[in-house]
Design a protein around this ligand. Sequence first.
Ligand code: ACO
Length: 323
Amino acid sequence: MSRLRSVVRGCGSYLPADVLSNEELAKSVDTSDDWIVQRTGIRQRHIASPGEMTSDLALAAARAALENAGMDAAEIDLIVLATSTPDNTFPASAVAVQAGLGLTTGFAFDVQAVCSGFVYALTVADKFLVSGQHKRALVIGAETMSRILDWTDRTTCVLFGDGAGAVVLEAVEAVEGGRGVLTTHLRSDGRHKGKLFVDGGPSSTGTVGHLRMEGREVFRHAVGMITDVIRDAFAATGESAETIDWFVPHQANRRIIDASAQKLGIAPEKVVITVDGHGNTSAASIPLALSAAVGDGRIKQDDLVLLEAMGGGFTWGSALVRW
Ligand code: ACO
C-alpha cells in the first residue's frame, strides 16, 4: 500500500509596518533597552495598526506562501490557522482567510495552543494530508498579541509582538529518505494553565482580558519540556543534533533558545534566531523564522529542519521536516 507524506511547497510571512523599539517602549513603561536585550534578546517588535486584524496578517502571509509555492489559492482544500488572538470569539479567523482568498471549497478552522500553535496546526494538517482526505493545506500562525497585552505591565508587555507566517503543504507519495514532515510530537499539561494565561474570555468574564505570566516559572519549565519533545523526534526518526541542518525554535526568548540548543548539543550556527526583530509573536514565530531562513538562502530543499515550541497550557511540541 502506498503511503503519503506532507511536503512543504512554500512559505511566506507578514509583519505589520509599525515598529516599536525598546527605546520607544521605555518612554512609556519603566524598562530599558539593556534590560530587555540582556534578558530576552528582543530589540523591537511590530505592532498591527488600528483596524488591522489577525486575519489580515494571516491572509497576507498566506498569499506570500502561495506565491512562494507557485500555487493558486484554488488548489488549497484545507486551511488551519493557529492563533490565540482571533478577530472575534467566533467564527474562526481561518474562515476570514478562506473568504479573503476567494475560496468556497474545502474547509478552514482555527487551532489554539498559544505559542505551540504552529506546531499543533502543522501536526493536524499533516494528519489530514497523509490520510489522503485532503491534498493541499495552508498552515498559518498569526497573532495580534499587542491587543491582549497590559501595556502598564513591564514584566509582559516588553516580550510580545504581532505578525504572521504560513507554509503550504502538499500530500505526495512517500519516498524512503525523501522530503516532507517526518515526525511530529505534541504534549500538554493543564496543571500549569495558571502560569501563562489571559485573564478574560467569553465564559469567564465576558471580556477579552490581558496576558498574565509567571515569567520565572515559564522559564524554569521551558528548556526541559522543549528538550524532551525534541528527543522524542530524534528517537522516532534516528536523526540527531548532528544530522539536522537547521533548528528553528519558537522565538520567545534568546536565553531559552540558547539553553535548549546547548542542552541538546545543537551547534549555534544551525540555530535560526529572529526574536530580536519581532519579539515573541506566539503561533506566528516559527513560520516567520522559517520564511526568513528560506528567504535568505539558509534553508534549502532537502535540508533537515527541526521545529519546536512551548507555551501557555502548558503546551509543547516538535516536528522534524525534510524541507
Ligand atoms: N524592565 C526592567 N526590569 C524588569 C522588567 C522590565 N521589562 N521586567 C521585570 N523587571 C524586573 C523585576 O521587577 C525584577 O526586579 P526586582 O528584582 O527588583 O524584583 C527583576 O527585573 C528581575 O525579574 P525576574 O522576573 O526575576 O527576571 P528574569 O531574569 O526571570 O527575566 C523574563 C524575566 C525575561 C520574563 C524571564 O523570566 C523569561 O524569559 N521567562 C520566560 C517567559 C517567556 O518567554 N514567556 C513567553 C511565553 S512562553 C514561551 O513562549 C516559551
